[in-house]
Design a protein around this ligand. Structure first.
Ligand code: ZN
Length: 424
Protein backbone atom coordinates (compact mmCIF):
# COMPACT_ATOMS: atom_id res chain seq x y z
CA UNK A 1 0.00 0.00 0.00
CA UNK A 2 2.77 2.36 0.94
CA UNK A 3 4.43 1.77 -2.43
CA UNK A 4 1.23 2.62 -4.28
CA UNK A 5 0.79 5.89 -2.38
CA UNK A 6 4.40 6.84 -2.97
CA UNK A 7 4.07 6.08 -6.68
CA UNK A 8 0.86 8.10 -6.89
CA UNK A 9 2.47 11.05 -5.15
CA UNK A 10 5.44 10.83 -7.48
CA UNK A 11 3.20 10.76 -10.54
CA UNK A 12 1.16 13.75 -9.40
CA UNK A 13 4.28 15.62 -8.40
CA UNK A 14 5.89 14.85 -11.74
CA UNK A 15 2.94 15.98 -13.82
CA UNK A 16 2.53 19.18 -11.80
CA UNK A 17 6.24 19.96 -12.15
CA UNK A 18 6.33 19.01 -15.83
CA UNK A 19 3.39 21.03 -17.10
CA UNK A 20 5.58 24.00 -17.79
CA UNK A 21 4.11 26.62 -20.05
CA UNK A 22 6.43 29.06 -21.77
CA UNK A 23 5.32 31.86 -24.04
CA UNK A 24 7.41 33.74 -26.58
CA UNK A 25 6.20 37.03 -28.00
CA UNK A 26 7.94 38.90 -30.81
CA UNK A 27 7.23 41.61 -33.37
CA UNK A 28 7.36 39.05 -36.18
CA UNK A 29 7.10 35.33 -36.92
CA UNK A 30 7.65 33.43 -40.16
CA UNK A 31 4.93 31.05 -41.28
CA UNK A 32 7.02 28.84 -43.57
CA UNK A 33 4.08 26.64 -44.58
CA UNK A 34 2.23 29.55 -46.18
CA UNK A 35 5.25 31.71 -46.95
CA UNK A 36 3.92 34.58 -44.84
CA UNK A 37 5.19 37.02 -42.26
CA UNK A 38 3.01 37.30 -39.17
CA UNK A 39 3.27 40.46 -37.08
CA UNK A 40 2.76 40.67 -33.30
CA UNK A 41 3.40 36.99 -32.84
CA UNK A 42 2.79 34.70 -29.88
CA UNK A 43 3.96 31.12 -29.44
CA UNK A 44 2.78 29.02 -26.51
CA UNK A 45 4.85 25.97 -25.60
CA UNK A 46 3.90 23.31 -23.12
CA UNK A 47 6.93 21.24 -22.19
CA UNK A 48 8.47 20.26 -25.53
CA UNK A 49 5.41 20.91 -27.71
CA UNK A 50 3.97 23.98 -29.39
CA UNK A 51 0.34 24.25 -28.27
CA UNK A 52 -0.62 27.53 -29.93
CA UNK A 53 0.93 29.99 -32.38
CA UNK A 54 -0.44 33.06 -34.11
CA UNK A 55 -1.06 36.76 -33.63
CA UNK A 56 -1.50 38.41 -30.23
CA UNK A 57 -5.16 38.81 -31.05
CA UNK A 58 -5.76 35.15 -31.87
CA UNK A 59 -3.77 33.46 -29.09
CA UNK A 60 -4.63 33.62 -25.39
CA UNK A 61 -1.61 33.69 -23.10
CA UNK A 62 -2.16 31.30 -20.15
CA UNK A 63 -2.02 33.14 -16.82
CA UNK A 64 0.53 30.75 -15.27
CA UNK A 65 2.97 30.93 -18.21
CA UNK A 66 6.56 32.18 -18.15
CA UNK A 67 6.48 34.92 -20.76
CA UNK A 68 9.52 36.00 -22.72
CA UNK A 69 8.96 39.26 -24.61
CA UNK A 70 11.46 39.56 -27.43
CA UNK A 71 10.29 42.79 -29.09
CA UNK A 72 12.17 43.50 -32.34
CA UNK A 73 12.75 39.81 -33.07
CA UNK A 74 11.57 37.39 -35.74
CA UNK A 75 10.61 33.89 -34.63
CA UNK A 76 11.20 31.03 -37.03
CA UNK A 77 11.19 27.25 -36.87
CA UNK A 78 14.50 25.72 -35.74
CA UNK A 79 16.88 25.61 -38.71
CA UNK A 80 17.73 22.30 -40.36
CA UNK A 81 20.98 21.52 -42.19
CA UNK A 82 20.75 18.43 -44.39
CA UNK A 83 24.48 17.98 -45.01
CA UNK A 84 26.95 18.16 -42.15
CA UNK A 85 29.87 16.12 -40.86
CA UNK A 86 30.00 16.89 -37.13
CA UNK A 87 33.01 14.64 -36.60
CA UNK A 88 35.08 16.47 -39.24
CA UNK A 89 37.40 19.33 -38.36
CA UNK A 90 37.62 22.06 -41.01
CA UNK A 91 41.24 22.82 -40.10
CA UNK A 92 42.34 19.25 -40.83
CA UNK A 93 42.03 17.86 -44.32
CA UNK A 94 43.89 15.35 -46.49
CA UNK A 95 46.79 13.61 -44.74
CA UNK A 96 46.19 15.63 -41.54
CA UNK A 97 43.02 13.60 -40.97
CA UNK A 98 44.90 10.31 -40.84
CA UNK A 99 46.44 11.26 -37.49
CA UNK A 100 43.15 11.45 -35.56
CA UNK A 101 41.73 8.34 -33.86
CA UNK A 102 38.04 7.46 -33.80
CA UNK A 103 37.69 8.52 -30.11
CA UNK A 104 39.39 11.81 -30.99
CA UNK A 105 37.06 12.64 -33.87
CA UNK A 106 34.07 11.69 -31.75
CA UNK A 107 35.14 14.22 -29.11
CA UNK A 108 35.59 16.79 -31.85
CA UNK A 109 31.99 16.07 -32.74
CA UNK A 110 30.88 17.04 -29.22
CA UNK A 111 32.26 20.54 -29.70
CA UNK A 112 30.79 20.82 -33.19
CA UNK A 113 27.35 19.62 -32.08
CA UNK A 114 27.14 22.45 -29.57
CA UNK A 115 28.42 25.06 -32.04
CA UNK A 116 25.82 23.94 -34.58
CA UNK A 117 22.95 24.17 -32.09
CA UNK A 118 24.07 27.61 -30.91
CA UNK A 119 24.01 28.78 -34.55
CA UNK A 120 20.28 27.98 -34.58
CA UNK A 121 20.40 24.58 -36.28
CA UNK A 122 18.18 22.40 -34.14
CA UNK A 123 18.20 19.48 -36.59
CA UNK A 124 20.94 18.11 -38.81
CA UNK A 125 21.42 15.21 -41.16
CA UNK A 126 24.93 13.89 -40.63
CA UNK A 127 25.94 12.29 -43.92
CA UNK A 128 29.09 10.28 -43.32
CA UNK A 129 31.04 9.55 -40.15
CA UNK A 130 33.65 6.91 -39.34
CA UNK A 131 32.92 4.10 -36.92
CA UNK A 132 29.34 5.18 -36.20
CA UNK A 133 30.70 8.15 -34.24
CA UNK A 134 27.58 10.03 -35.39
CA UNK A 135 25.34 7.41 -33.74
CA UNK A 136 27.25 7.88 -30.46
CA UNK A 137 26.86 11.66 -30.71
CA UNK A 138 23.15 11.41 -31.42
CA UNK A 139 22.63 9.07 -28.48
CA UNK A 140 24.65 11.29 -26.12
CA UNK A 141 22.54 14.29 -27.20
CA UNK A 142 19.29 12.37 -26.79
CA UNK A 143 20.40 11.14 -23.34
CA UNK A 144 21.10 14.74 -22.29
CA UNK A 145 24.83 14.15 -21.74
CA UNK A 146 25.86 16.82 -24.24
CA UNK A 147 24.15 19.65 -26.12
CA UNK A 148 23.50 19.38 -29.81
CA UNK A 149 20.91 19.30 -32.56
CA UNK A 150 18.50 16.49 -33.34
CA UNK A 151 20.56 14.19 -35.50
CA UNK A 152 19.59 12.01 -38.41
CA UNK A 153 22.67 9.91 -39.04
CA UNK A 154 24.06 7.76 -41.83
CA UNK A 155 27.05 6.06 -40.22
CA UNK A 156 29.84 5.41 -42.75
CA UNK A 157 28.99 6.54 -46.30
CA UNK A 158 28.71 3.79 -48.90
CA UNK A 159 30.96 3.82 -51.95
CA UNK A 160 32.87 1.82 -54.53
CA UNK A 161 36.43 0.58 -54.07
CA UNK A 162 38.77 3.48 -54.79
CA UNK A 163 35.90 5.96 -55.08
CA UNK A 164 35.10 9.19 -53.27
CA UNK A 165 33.79 7.43 -50.16
CA UNK A 166 36.85 5.17 -49.93
CA UNK A 167 40.14 6.40 -48.46
CA UNK A 168 42.80 6.50 -51.19
CA UNK A 169 45.56 8.39 -49.40
CA UNK A 170 47.89 5.51 -48.57
CA UNK A 171 49.67 3.01 -50.86
CA UNK A 172 48.55 -0.56 -51.35
CA UNK A 173 50.62 -2.14 -48.57
CA UNK A 174 48.57 -0.32 -45.90
CA UNK A 175 45.38 -2.01 -47.16
CA UNK A 176 43.26 0.98 -46.12
CA UNK A 177 39.60 0.54 -47.01
CA UNK A 178 36.81 2.79 -45.71
CA UNK A 179 34.08 1.13 -43.71
CA UNK A 180 31.35 1.88 -46.24
CA UNK A 181 33.00 0.31 -49.27
CA UNK A 182 30.86 -2.28 -51.02
CA UNK A 183 30.78 -3.39 -54.66
CA UNK A 184 27.84 -5.15 -56.30
CA UNK A 185 24.07 -5.06 -55.67
CA UNK A 186 24.04 -7.64 -52.88
CA UNK A 187 27.10 -6.23 -51.18
CA UNK A 188 25.50 -2.77 -51.04
CA UNK A 189 22.32 -4.27 -49.61
CA UNK A 190 24.40 -5.94 -46.92
CA UNK A 191 26.13 -2.68 -45.98
CA UNK A 192 22.79 -0.88 -45.81
CA UNK A 193 21.60 -3.60 -43.42
CA UNK A 194 24.76 -3.29 -41.35
CA UNK A 195 24.47 0.49 -41.09
CA UNK A 196 20.86 0.14 -39.93
CA UNK A 197 21.92 -2.51 -37.40
CA UNK A 198 24.36 -0.07 -35.81
CA UNK A 199 21.98 2.87 -35.65
CA UNK A 200 21.82 4.67 -39.01
CA UNK A 201 18.57 6.49 -39.73
CA UNK A 202 19.48 7.64 -43.23
CA UNK A 203 21.68 6.11 -45.95
CA UNK A 204 24.36 8.09 -47.76
CA UNK A 205 26.31 6.89 -50.76
CA UNK A 206 28.76 8.38 -53.23
CA UNK A 207 27.43 8.33 -56.78
CA UNK A 208 30.35 10.17 -58.39
CA UNK A 209 33.91 11.21 -57.65
CA UNK A 210 34.46 14.14 -55.31
CA UNK A 211 36.51 17.25 -54.75
CA UNK A 212 38.33 16.30 -51.55
CA UNK A 213 39.18 12.66 -52.26
CA UNK A 214 42.49 11.65 -53.80
CA UNK A 215 42.46 10.31 -57.33
CA UNK A 216 38.76 10.61 -58.10
CA UNK A 217 37.23 12.58 -60.96
CA UNK A 218 34.24 14.74 -60.01
CA UNK A 219 32.48 14.15 -63.31
CA UNK A 220 32.74 10.36 -63.20
CA UNK A 221 29.88 8.14 -62.06
CA UNK A 222 30.49 5.61 -59.27
CA UNK A 223 28.10 2.68 -58.86
CA UNK A 224 26.07 1.29 -61.73
CA UNK A 225 22.32 1.82 -62.00
CA UNK A 226 21.82 -1.75 -60.70
CA UNK A 227 23.89 -1.07 -57.58
CA UNK A 228 22.14 2.23 -56.88
CA UNK A 229 18.75 0.64 -57.39
CA UNK A 230 19.55 -2.21 -54.99
CA UNK A 231 20.84 0.21 -52.39
CA UNK A 232 17.81 2.51 -52.62
CA UNK A 233 15.39 -0.41 -52.63
CA UNK A 234 16.95 -1.89 -49.50
CA UNK A 235 16.93 1.46 -47.66
CA UNK A 236 13.36 2.29 -48.64
CA UNK A 237 12.15 -1.18 -47.70
CA UNK A 238 13.52 -0.50 -44.21
CA UNK A 239 11.91 2.95 -44.05
CA UNK A 240 15.07 5.03 -44.51
CA UNK A 241 15.68 7.84 -46.99
CA UNK A 242 18.76 8.01 -49.20
CA UNK A 243 21.17 10.88 -49.85
CA UNK A 244 23.58 10.69 -52.77
CA UNK A 245 26.79 12.58 -53.18
CA UNK A 246 26.90 13.45 -56.90
CA UNK A 247 28.77 16.17 -58.79
CA UNK A 248 28.88 14.54 -62.24
CA UNK A 249 26.05 14.72 -64.76
CA UNK A 250 25.51 10.99 -65.33
CA UNK A 251 25.80 10.18 -61.63
CA UNK A 252 23.17 12.78 -60.76
CA UNK A 253 20.74 11.44 -63.35
CA UNK A 254 21.34 7.76 -62.62
CA UNK A 255 20.79 8.35 -58.89
CA UNK A 256 17.52 10.18 -59.54
CA UNK A 257 16.33 7.35 -61.81
CA UNK A 258 17.29 4.85 -59.09
CA UNK A 259 14.92 6.69 -56.73
CA UNK A 260 17.17 8.51 -54.26
CA UNK A 261 15.50 11.07 -52.02
CA UNK A 262 18.13 13.81 -52.28
CA UNK A 263 21.16 14.56 -54.40
CA UNK A 264 24.01 16.40 -52.68
CA UNK A 265 26.26 19.00 -54.39
CA UNK A 266 24.64 18.58 -57.87
CA UNK A 267 27.43 20.61 -59.48
CA UNK A 268 27.51 19.50 -63.14
CA UNK A 269 23.76 19.40 -63.58
CA UNK A 270 22.18 19.54 -67.05
CA UNK A 271 18.65 20.28 -68.32
CA UNK A 272 17.68 16.62 -68.32
CA UNK A 273 18.82 16.35 -64.69
CA UNK A 274 16.51 19.21 -63.76
CA UNK A 275 13.59 17.58 -65.59
CA UNK A 276 14.26 14.23 -63.91
CA UNK A 277 14.35 15.84 -60.47
CA UNK A 278 11.03 17.58 -61.13
CA UNK A 279 9.48 14.36 -62.42
CA UNK A 280 10.71 12.21 -59.51
CA UNK A 281 10.26 14.84 -56.79
CA UNK A 282 13.94 14.58 -55.85
CA UNK A 283 15.43 17.16 -53.51
CA UNK A 284 18.67 18.98 -54.25
CA UNK A 285 21.04 19.93 -51.45
CA UNK A 286 23.58 22.33 -52.97
CA UNK A 287 26.40 23.54 -50.73
CA UNK A 288 27.13 26.83 -52.46
CA UNK A 289 29.03 28.55 -49.65
CA UNK A 290 31.74 25.94 -49.05
CA UNK A 291 33.66 26.82 -52.21
CA UNK A 292 34.68 30.17 -50.68
CA UNK A 293 36.25 28.43 -47.68
CA UNK A 294 38.00 25.72 -49.72
CA UNK A 295 39.61 28.23 -52.05
CA UNK A 296 40.67 30.69 -49.33
CA UNK A 297 41.56 28.46 -46.35
CA UNK A 298 41.84 25.01 -47.91
CA UNK A 299 45.55 24.91 -48.61
CA UNK A 300 46.42 25.78 -45.00
CA UNK A 301 44.02 23.10 -43.77
CA UNK A 302 45.76 20.39 -45.78
CA UNK A 303 43.45 20.14 -48.80
CA UNK A 304 45.39 18.53 -51.65
CA UNK A 305 46.38 20.63 -54.66
CA UNK A 306 44.42 18.30 -56.96
CA UNK A 307 41.32 19.02 -54.82
CA UNK A 308 41.79 22.77 -55.04
CA UNK A 309 42.06 22.43 -58.83
CA UNK A 310 38.78 20.47 -58.90
CA UNK A 311 37.03 23.04 -56.70
CA UNK A 312 38.03 25.91 -58.98
CA UNK A 313 35.98 24.29 -61.75
CA UNK A 314 33.14 22.79 -59.75
CA UNK A 315 32.27 25.73 -57.43
CA UNK A 316 31.44 28.10 -60.25
CA UNK A 317 29.38 25.56 -62.21
CA UNK A 318 27.50 24.61 -59.05
CA UNK A 319 26.42 28.20 -58.39
CA UNK A 320 25.23 28.64 -61.99
CA UNK A 321 23.28 25.40 -61.78
CA UNK A 322 21.82 26.30 -58.39
CA UNK A 323 20.30 29.33 -60.08
CA UNK A 324 18.84 27.17 -62.88
CA UNK A 325 17.42 24.59 -60.48
CA UNK A 326 15.77 27.26 -58.31
CA UNK A 327 14.25 28.90 -61.37
CA UNK A 328 12.91 25.58 -62.64
CA UNK A 329 11.24 24.90 -59.27
CA UNK A 330 13.25 21.89 -58.11
CA UNK A 331 12.67 21.11 -54.42
CA UNK A 332 15.66 22.50 -52.54
CA UNK A 333 16.97 21.83 -49.04
CA UNK A 334 19.68 23.66 -47.13
CA UNK A 335 22.84 21.55 -47.00
CA UNK A 336 26.11 23.20 -46.07
CA UNK A 337 28.81 20.48 -45.88
CA UNK A 338 29.93 21.99 -42.55
CA UNK A 339 32.95 20.02 -41.47
CA UNK A 340 34.66 21.00 -44.68
CA UNK A 341 34.24 24.55 -43.30
CA UNK A 342 33.82 25.47 -39.62
CA UNK A 343 30.74 24.23 -37.77
CA UNK A 344 28.63 27.10 -36.49
CA UNK A 345 29.18 29.06 -39.72
CA UNK A 346 26.37 27.09 -41.38
CA UNK A 347 24.17 30.19 -41.64
CA UNK A 348 26.60 31.95 -43.97
CA UNK A 349 25.11 29.96 -46.83
CA UNK A 350 21.76 31.77 -46.61
CA UNK A 351 23.14 34.98 -48.11
CA UNK A 352 24.63 32.99 -51.02
CA UNK A 353 21.32 31.21 -51.64
CA UNK A 354 19.63 34.60 -51.99
CA UNK A 355 22.45 36.02 -54.10
CA UNK A 356 22.10 33.08 -56.47
CA UNK A 357 18.39 33.25 -57.07
CA UNK A 358 16.24 32.43 -54.05
CA UNK A 359 13.95 34.84 -52.26
CA UNK A 360 14.72 35.09 -48.52
CA UNK A 361 11.49 33.18 -47.83
CA UNK A 362 12.58 30.35 -50.18
CA UNK A 363 15.95 30.15 -48.46
CA UNK A 364 14.26 29.91 -45.05
CA UNK A 365 11.80 27.28 -46.31
CA UNK A 366 14.79 25.30 -47.66
CA UNK A 367 16.13 25.15 -44.10
CA UNK A 368 12.85 24.39 -42.31
CA UNK A 369 9.75 22.86 -43.87
CA UNK A 370 11.45 21.27 -46.90
CA UNK A 371 14.03 19.29 -44.87
CA UNK A 372 11.26 18.21 -42.49
CA UNK A 373 9.37 16.82 -45.49
CA UNK A 374 12.50 15.22 -46.98
CA UNK A 375 13.09 13.42 -43.67
CA UNK A 376 9.38 12.51 -43.46
CA UNK A 377 9.17 14.46 -40.19
CA UNK A 378 6.74 17.13 -41.38
CA UNK A 379 4.20 16.14 -38.71
CA UNK A 380 6.58 17.06 -35.90
CA UNK A 381 9.27 19.38 -37.28
CA UNK A 382 9.82 22.23 -39.74
CA UNK A 383 7.23 24.86 -38.81
CA UNK A 384 5.77 26.72 -35.85
CA UNK A 385 2.38 25.09 -35.52
CA UNK A 386 0.33 23.61 -32.66
CA UNK A 387 1.25 19.96 -32.15
CA UNK A 388 4.81 20.24 -33.45
CA UNK A 389 7.99 19.99 -31.40
CA UNK A 390 9.07 23.27 -29.83
CA UNK A 391 12.18 23.89 -31.96
CA UNK A 392 12.29 27.66 -32.48
CA UNK A 393 14.89 30.27 -33.25
CA UNK A 394 14.71 34.03 -32.99
CA UNK A 395 16.75 36.68 -34.77
CA UNK A 396 16.88 40.39 -34.11
CA UNK A 397 15.36 42.33 -36.99
CA UNK A 398 13.65 40.93 -40.07
CA UNK A 399 15.55 38.28 -42.06
CA UNK A 400 13.17 38.75 -44.99
CA UNK A 401 14.75 42.22 -45.38
CA UNK A 402 18.29 41.07 -44.64
CA UNK A 403 18.92 37.32 -44.85
CA UNK A 404 22.42 37.65 -43.37
CA UNK A 405 20.77 38.25 -39.98
CA UNK A 406 20.53 34.44 -39.83
CA UNK A 407 24.28 34.38 -39.25
CA UNK A 408 23.56 35.71 -35.74
CA UNK A 409 20.75 33.82 -34.12
CA UNK A 410 19.86 35.32 -30.72
CA UNK A 411 17.40 32.77 -29.41
CA UNK A 412 17.49 28.99 -29.73
CA UNK A 413 14.80 26.74 -28.32
CA UNK A 414 15.18 23.00 -28.81
CA UNK A 415 12.57 20.56 -27.65
CA UNK A 416 11.04 23.27 -25.45
CA UNK A 417 14.34 24.13 -23.73
CA UNK A 418 15.77 27.61 -24.18
CA UNK A 419 19.38 26.68 -24.93
CA UNK A 420 20.53 30.14 -26.03
CA UNK A 421 19.17 33.58 -25.40
CA UNK A 422 21.06 36.81 -25.77
CA UNK A 423 17.88 38.63 -24.72
CA UNK A 424 17.80 36.97 -21.29
ZN1 ZN B 1 29.87 16.06 -47.40
Amino acid sequence: MKTIITLLALTLGASAACAKTTVLTADRMIDVENGKLITNAVVVMEDNTIVAAGTKRSVTIPSDADVMELGDYTLMPGLMDMHVHLTSDATKHGYKRLADSLPRVTLTGVKHAEATLMAGFTTVRNVGAPGFADVALRDAINDGDIQGPRMFVSGPSLGVTGGHCDNNLLPYEFHTVSEGVADGPWAVREIVRRNIKYGATVIKFCGTGGVLSKGTKVGVQQYTFEEMQALVDEAHMRGLTVATHAHGTSGIKTAIKAGVDSVEHVSLLDEEGIELALEHGTYFSMDIYVTEYILSEGEKAGILEESLAKERIVGKRQRENFQKAVKAGVKMVFGSDAGVYPHGDNGKQFARMVRFGMTPMQAIQAATIHPATLLKQQETLGSIRAGKKADIVGVKGNPLDDISLLENVGLVVKDGHIVKSVAM
